[in-house]
Ligand binder design. Structure first.
Ligand code: PHE
Length: 338
């Protein structure tokens, strides 16, 4: 009998009671008429007189501790239940807030900046034919960008590729709309490059296209100036350097005054005071004609920029791979009103 008492004592001590159902189970098992303790008291009558004293003492202690535990837990449960029932103003479980991906934030900012001057968004497919990625954009047959080094080919002859730039959407838009055209094209692009801190085989671009009568290089410059100041602040200066793209003539690359030092020179701008952010130019007449737009009546400009590059400058993140790893510790740091 003493062994039983000891066993039940440790069971009572270890018993976990978290709600009123468990409390009732405890009562039924130990304290009810047919419960363990009551049964032990029945058996107590039959044990030999010399063992009665010690057994009786222990049995009473068992009963006391079961009662004590029962009353104690009952008190705790009823006060917490009452508390919940009474205080309806308690806050709900907090819902963890997500954050937008930095590339989405930058895309949204750029789209918003251009929408203020009348540009609307258009999109095109990521899997493209040769015409929209290269030929319709005046790429000569032997141009190195068509090389296996840069382009992911899905099929050969006729070529189906993953687009290497969002300029392909220019061609699609010119084929379907007639001027005036004022559009921007955000999208994902693909290049067969080794992945490093500065390059990735997948990245994002935003392309812009404006075609109308009498569009000049001055319009391009003014548009980009507006954009740079919306994006990087009112004091931002821009600088255009001559460049080359098959689909624009003349072509240029645009730098903005360094977003960190403001132009005085620091290690981000490598002490040049400027950061390169996009390529641009006047749409080559061959490109207009390839999409059946009369190049004598219409002129236009185009520009294209990499979103990860702008995000790197804006957020001071110097490893491109972080934008693709989806490490929650990185992503959590970007909050926004959007
Ligand atoms: N498509 C070019 C690139 O990927 C950028 C560009 C777009 C340049 C439009 C000029 C005009 O680098």
């Amino acid at each position: 009998m003493l062994d039983f008492i000891e066993k039940y004592q440790s069971e009572i001590d270890a018993y976990v009671i978290a709600n009123s159902e468990e409390l009732e189970n405890f009562r039924l098992k130990f304290l009810s008429k047919k419960g363990v303790i009551s049964t032990l008291f029945q058996q107590f009558k039959e044990i030999s007189p010399e063992k009665k004293k010690e057994t009786g003492l222990r049995l009473n202690r068992l009963k006391e501790s079961a009662n004590h535990k029962y009353e104690n837990q009952k008190g705790i449960l009823s006060s917490s239940e009452n508390f919940i029932a009474r205080d309806l103003t308690l806050p709900a479980e907090p819902i963890p807030l997500g954050a937008r991906h930095p590339v989405s934030l930058i895309r949204k900012e750029i789209v918003t900046a251009f929408s203020k001057i009348g540009f609307t968004v258009a999109e095109g497919p990521e899997i493209e034919d040769d015409w929209h990625v290269f030929t319709g954009l005046n790429f000569p047959v032997e141009h190195p960008a068509r090389d296996m080094q840069d382009t992911f080919f899905i099929e050969k002859n006729p070529d189906i590729v993953l687009r290497t730039h969002t300029s392909s959407v220019q061609v699609r838009v010119m084929e379907t709309l007639s001027p005036p055209i004022r559009k921007i094209f955000p999208g994902r692009v693909f290049r067969n490059e080794a992945i490093s801190a500065r390059a990735h085989c997948i990245f994002h671009q935003i392309e812009g296209l404006y075609i109308d009568r009498n569009v000049s290089f001055a319009d391009l410059k003014q548009t980009l100036m507006f954009f740079a100041r919306e994006m990087f602040g009112e004091k931002t200066q821009i600088r255009l350097r001559p460049s080359f793209f098959p689909f624009t003539e003349p072509s240029a690359e645009m730098d903005v005054s360094c977003t960190i030092c403001g132009g005085s020179g620091c290690n981000v701008c490598k002490y040049t005071g400027y950061l390169e952010i996009l390529g641009c130019g006047m749409v080559d007449p061959n490109v207009l004609e390839a999409s059946s737009i009369d190049s004598k009546e219409y002129t236009g400009f185009a520009f294209g920029m990499g979103l990860e590059r702008i995000a790197m400058l804006k957020y001071q993140v110097n490893d491109l791979r972080l934008y693709f790893e989806n490490d929650i510790r990185f992503l959590k740091q970007f909050t926004s009103a959007y």
